[in-house]
Design a protein around this ligand. Structure first.
Ligand SMILES: [Zn+2]
Length: 207
């Protein structure tokens, strides 16, 4: 466990590259995750705590869920999240590809797909929740989080002028790589990730 006073964003290294490179719409979440880890280069890590370069080495790993919506149903994968340790300051950091939202199990594309269906009124609320196998309360929690983070992303005036479904379509315009770049900018600007909810485990070593 890390100290309670330790800023929680500093115990992870967020990487935002895969969405730029892959035509991933037909690729499973587990393939995306593995593609990222195959290309992850530990030598390129910059320690988010002390800023040192080339000082990270493998430390350990932990398992977590990665829930995705594929071929018409929810799928739950178990993935191993690598942690590296900085030899300069001694802090461990989890390596979290962009598809993972810290402290959550649902992948970001899953949540955006649910919200898109919600905002375009593709079906009734209960039907939508049945389709994705989520609780109605989860849907509304994601909606609140999305609305808050959309405002942070766009700024107040643009937020008012931009319908939610348009914003999601904009994010999911993969050909221009806006999702990777935007997620990275959001994380660096706010010290937490887009659609990352508050968590009691925020200071634990398992984001
Ligand atoms: Zn360090």
């Amino acid at each position: 466990m890390l100290k309670a006073t330790f800023p929680h964003h500093k115990n992870m290294i967020r990487e935002f590259t895969v969405f730029c490179k892959l035509k991933y719409i037909s690729i499973s979440a587990i393939q995306l995750f593995e593609e990222f880890m195959d290309n992850f280069c530990i030598e390129d890590c910059v320690c988010p705590t002390c800023g040192a370069k080339h000082t990270c080495s493998p430390h350990d790993s932990y398992e977590r869920n990665l829930i995705s919506y594929e071929s018409g149903k929810s799928v739950c994968y178990r993935v191993n999240v690598l942690r590296v340790i900085c030899e300069s300051c001694g802090y461990p950091h989890a390596i979290l590809p962009e598809i993972l939202i810290p402290y959550g199990s649902y992948n970001i594309l899953f949540i955006l797909a649910v919200l898109r269906d919600y905002y375009i009124h593709s079906c009734k609320i209960q039907e939508l929740c049945n389709k994705y196998q989520i609780a109605v309360s989860t849907l509304y929690r994601w909606k609140r989080l999305f609305q808050k983070h959309k405002k942070l992303w766009l700024g107040l005036l643009e937020d008012i002028a931009t319908p939610a479904s348009d914003f999601i379509d904009f994010l999911m315009n993969f050909s221009i790589g806006v999702l990777s770049q935007g997620l990275k900018h959001f994380f660096l600007s706010h010290d937490f990730s887009f659609l990352q909810g508050p968590s009691k485990t925020a200071h634990s070593a398992s984001p």
